[in-house]
Design a protein around this ligand. Structure first.
Ligand code: SF4
Ligand code: SF4
Length: 319
C-alpha cells in the first residue's frame, strides 16, 4: 500500500480524536486501528442495503484525513458497491473468499428489506441470501447511518418492503448481536465518527455503547441540546419566532434534545457549518424515530405538536 509511516497514523488518529473533543488516549487507539487496517491486518467489507448511498457520499466528505488519503492509505476496503470497480461475478468471488477466511469487519449501510427480498440484489441474488453468512463470519458489524441503525426512511410507516434495522434483522435470523453490532446513526452518518468507530473496534475491540441504542459512548453520549451554542437562549427563554431570528430554535421545532451525537463539536464538512449554526432546527437525524412516523414531521411550528414537553421548572431536566 501507500507511503504512510507511524507518525502519519498518529497524526490521523490525533486529528480524528481532536475533532470530537476526545483525549490523546483515544487518538492513540484510533491510530493503532488505522495502522492495522492500512497494513492489511484488518479487512473491511462495506455493503449497501436500502439506502440512498448518502452515507457513502458522506464518507468521501471526510477531512483530516481527506478522501484520497482515506481510500489509498487508510481504509483497505475489500469491496464497496459505490467505490469499487469490481462488478458481477468478481464481487461474488471476493465476498466468498472473504467470508470463508472470516475475521473481517463488516460495514452495512441501509435498512434490510425483510419483507421483500428482491428490493436489494447482490450479484443477481437477493442481498438477504448472502447476509447471514457475511454477518456470522464477521468479527464485528458496524451499522452506518440511521437506516441501518434504526430503520430510518426505508422503514417509514406504510413502506411495502418490511424494512428493518440491522439489529432486528440479526435477531430475526438468530445471529448474535451483543458485543458484535455497533450503531453509527445519522442521516447521513458523520465520516469522522464512522472512521473513528471502525478504527477503535479494530484496535481495541467492542467499545462502550448505549445499552439500548448500541451507539458508541465516545461519539453519541451527549445530546445536541447539551452542547448547543444556542443553549444560553434556551435558558433565558429567548426563542426564535421565525427563521433567521436569534434565539433557541425550539419553537421552530428543534429536536436537539432527542438527538444524541457530536454535531456541535465536529460540525460538518470539515467544520464549515452545521444545522443549528446555519439557523435550521435539528431534525434528530440520529434518533431512533427519525422519519419513521407519518405524523412526526421534520419541521413544526410552535410547541403544540412538539414531542418534547417541559415546564419552566423542569427546563434543566430536559437536557
Ligand atoms: S432546542 Fe435546539 S436550538 Fe434550542 S438549545 Fe436545544 S438544541 Fe439548541
Ligand atoms: S444537528 Fe441534528 S439534524 Fe443536523 S446533522 Fe446533527 S443530529 Fe442531524
Amino acid at each position: 500500500m501507500g507511503t504512510w509511516n507511524r507518525r502519519d497514523f498518529l497524526k490521523a488518529g490525533a486529528s480524528l480524536a481532536a475533532g470530537m473533543g476526545l483525549g490523546s488516549l483515544h487518538g492513540e487507539a484510533l491510530a493503532e486501528g488505522i495502522e492495522a487496517i492500512h497494513a492489511g491486518n484488518a479487512k473491511v467489507l462495506w455493503l449497501t442495503a436500502m439506502s440512498c448511498s448518502g452515507c457513502s457520499v458522506s464518507l468521501l466528505n471526510t477531512e483530516n484525513p481527506g478522501p484520497v488519503e482515506l481510500l489509498t492509505e487508510i481504509i483497505s476496503l475489500v469491496y464497496h458497491p459505490v467505490l469499487s470497480a469490481a462488478q458481477g461475478s468478481t464481487v461474488g468471488e471476493v465476498i466468498e473468499k472473504l467470508t470463508k477466511a472470516g475475521g473481517y469487519y463488516f460495514v452495512i449501510e441501509g435498512a434490510i428489506p425483510a419483507g421483500m427480498s428482491t428490493a436489494c440484489m447482490l450479484e443477481g441474488q437477493p442481498l438477504t441470501n448472502h447476509l447471514p453468512k457475511i454477518i456470522r463470519n464477521a468479527k464485528a458489524v458496524i451499522a452506518a447511518g440511521t437506516c441501518a441503525a434504526f430503520g430510518g426512511i426505508p422503514a417509514a410507516e406504510g413502506n411495502p418492503t418490511g424494512a428493518v434495522c440491522v439489529r432486528d434483522y440479526m435477531t430475526q435470523q438468530g445471529l448474535s448481536v451483543a458485543g458484535r453490532l455497533v450503531n453509527c446513526p445519522g442521516c447521513p452518518t458523520h465520516p469522522q465518527s464512522l472512521i473513528g468507530t471502525v478504527a477503535y473496534v479494530v484496535a481495541k475491540g467492542y467499545p462502550a455503547v448505549h445499552p439500548e441504542l448500541l451507539t458508541p459512548d465516545m461519539y453519541f453520549r451527549h445530546s445536541v441540546h447539551d452542547e448547543c451554542p444556542r443553549f444560553h437562549y434556551w435558558e433565558k427563554s429567548q426563542f426564535a419566532e421565525k427563521f433567521g431570528d436569534e434565539g433557541c430554535l425550539f419553537k421552530l421545532g428543534c429536536l436537539g434534545p432527542l438527538s444524541h451525537t457530536h454535531c456541535p463539536r465536529s460540525q460538518w464538512n470539515g467544520g464549515a457549518n452545521w444545522c443549528i449554526r446555519a439557523g435550521a432546527p435539528c431534525t434528530a437525524c440520529t434518533s431512533e424515530n427519525f422519519a419513521k412516523h407519518r405524523d412526526f414531521p421534520f419541521y413544526r411550528k410552535g410547541e403544540a405538536n412538539h414531542p418534547v414537553s417541559y415546564t419552566e421548572a423542569q427546563r434543566e431536566g430536559v437536557r
